[in-house]
Design a protein around this ligand. Structure first.
Ligand SMILES: [Zn+2]
Length: 538
């Protein structure tokens, strides 16, 4: 057999000098033509998603794919649309769970659920407060379509509300989905799938955020009045003006939710950094602040890219957005928001001029830098490394805080400890001074007494776990452990034990148990007073 097969193979072709071999040239030309045709087909097929691939992220048929079509009217807050989700086999159970934040209790959105279909057949879903459950037809891939309409309320920006002297409706309803004079903030604005295994209480917790969506690919066609910009965590694939409207075609791959800001006032300042297009959006009269925020973002991208692994998306939109009382910024994927007062390094709750002067005295520029870097760090902790924010906020918030400290340690070695302490531990001491109690950081957000305790324990005390780890095994080993987590679990949803295991993997053999013991000490037990202190002025 060997002999026969060897004879079937034509002898190797060698170029013969001075003599053309027409047959060979023709076949080479045909092969080239075929390659060109194939490449063209591939380019045409891939075209709608071009430019969206970085860090190995592309469209993945194994994750949910959203197709959203919506009309958004910032002037009166009306939103009307349809979200169609292709849910692949293996994602979701017999019943699909969607979070519908606009229907939150106490949020005066007049939410109306439209027709819901599964594979084209009308079904009877159940909508309880913010939880929509849709029966699934079979275990295979299904296509769910959900119609919705609601009105976005006006956000509170009055000084009294900002100072916490007026009751707020909680960050979820008052700020993340609200309209302001600079435009409309649209976080959690369409029904989104809850990740398998994640909690889905119909009632939103009063504290913290509710992001716990699985990674998905999104296409959205957003119709706005001409003159409005649609800013998102994705990329505009094209815009079309028709009859006084603009239809923006947004695409994003590997994100958990596509949040939007729709505005006719914000203008971008653009910067290229670490291969990422950074766009900072602010009113035209805030261009110099936007420039400063862009510089900080670019610098921090460099630090985190090197320490934690490459940022996953081709662009990053940083948006100046009004925020509810006590909230400095908000993370999405491919985008984050910075509260207006923080953005201007101004003292919250005061008129711009006075707030600006006091802000300078109060070191608000450092607070802004820390906040911007914290929100950027969420692109790794909550974006690439997913977390159920209702149960495991102990993972992403302390990591975002610690990452910001690392950024300061690397870019401002002279006083990084002071800046880090002011933006972390001081939260705990302030909470204690105001009479709040220490508590375990590792618990569902609904179990904190109030925002004050949540901020003190999760943002104030808990980040110190990583500082304690630095003392145990050195900063390089801590950062190497976190990088391992990104390398092994990017685009996944992790739990506290996964973080501890990744850190242990880079700890010296004799110290692995201590990594876990310290987690219990800082995240489960209550040694805050001894470890962090109780006095604002120590
Ligand atoms: Zn955060």
């Amino acid at each position: 057999m060997t002999t026969r097969w060897q004879h079937d193979v034509p002898p190797p072709v060698r170029p013969v000098r001075g003599r053309r071999r027409p047959g060979l040239w023709i076949s080479l030309a045909s092969a080239l033509a075929l390659v060109v045709v194939l490449a063209t087909v591939l380019v045409v097929l891939a075209r709608p998603w071009e430019g969206l691939l970085r860090g190995g992220i592309g469209i993945d048929p194994n994750r949910p794919r959203y197709d959203i079509s919506a009309r958004v009217e910032p002037a009166n807050g009306r939103v009307r649309g349809t979200v169609t989700v292709r849910v692949p086999a293996g994602v979701g159970g017999d019943t699909l769970r969607f979070r519908v934040v606009p229907n939150a209790e106490g949020y005066d959105s007049r939410f109306r659920l439209g027709q819901v279909t599964v594979d084209g057949d009308r079904v009877e879903p159940t909508l309880t407060n913010t939880l929509l459950t849709v029966p699934r037809s079979g275990r295979g891939t299904v296509v769910v379509s959900i119609g919705f309409a609601y009105s976005v309320v006006e956000g509170k920006t009055s000084p009294l509300a900002a100072l916490g002297l007026m009751p707020s409706d909680g960050p979820m309803v008052a700020g993340l989905l609200a309209r302001y004079d600079t435009g409309m903030s649209m976080g959690h604005w369409y029904p989104f799938l809850v990740a398998d295994g994640a909690a889905a209480d119909p009632t939103l917790p009063d504290t913290g955020d509710v992001g716990n969506a699985p990674v998905s690919d999104v296409r959205a066609r957003i119709t706005v009045l001409q003159g409005y910009a649609v800013i998102s965590g994705g990329e505009a694939n094209g815009t079309k003006d028709e009859g006084g409207n603009t239809v923006v075609d947004e695409r994003a791959t590997g994100i958990r939710e596509l949040s939007l800001v729709v505005s006719d006032e914000l203008k971008p300042v653009t910067r290229e950094a670490s291969g990422v297009t950074v766009r900072v959006w602010a009113p035209a009269d805030s261009a110099s602040e936007a420039d400063e925020v862009a510089t900080v973002t670019a610098r921090a991208l460099g630090v985190f890219d090197e320490r934690f692994g490459a940022y996953a998306w081709p662009a990053l939109d940083v948006v100046q957005a009004p925020m509810p009382p006590g909230v400095g910024g908000m993370e999405w994927q491919g985008m984050f928001w910075v509260g207006s007062e923080i953005f201007h390094a101004s003292m919250p709750g005061l008129p711009k001029e006075l707030g600006g002067v006091l802000g300078q005295l109060g070191g608000m520029r450092d607070v802004r830098e820390f906040t911007v870097v914290h929100e950027l760090a969420h692109q790794w902790w909550q974006g690439m490394i997913g977390v159920d924010q209702t149960t495991d906020e102990v993972v992403d918030e302390p990591l975002a805080q610690y990452s910001s400290c690392v950024y300061f340690a690397e870019t401002r070695p002279s006083d990084w400890k002071e800046v880090c302490d002011k933006n972390t531990s001081l939260n705990y001491r302030a909470m204690r001074t105001m009479g709040g109690e220490d508590a375990a950081a590792d618990r569902p957000t609904s179990r904190f007494t109030d925002d004050k305790q949540y901020a003190g324990v999760v943002y104030g005390k808990a980040p110190n776990y990583y500082r304690a780890l630095e003392e145990l095994m050195g900063r390089d080993a801590v950062l190497a452990g976190l990088r391992t987590l990104v390398e092994e679990r990017s685009m996944d949803v992790v739990q506290p034990a996964d973080v501890v295991a990744a850190l242990q993997s880079k700890a010296p053999a004799g110290k692995k148990a201590e990594v876990e013991r310290l987690w219990r000490h800082w995240m489960h037990e209550t040694h805050g007073d001894d470890d962090v202190g109780t006095e604002i002025m120590p």
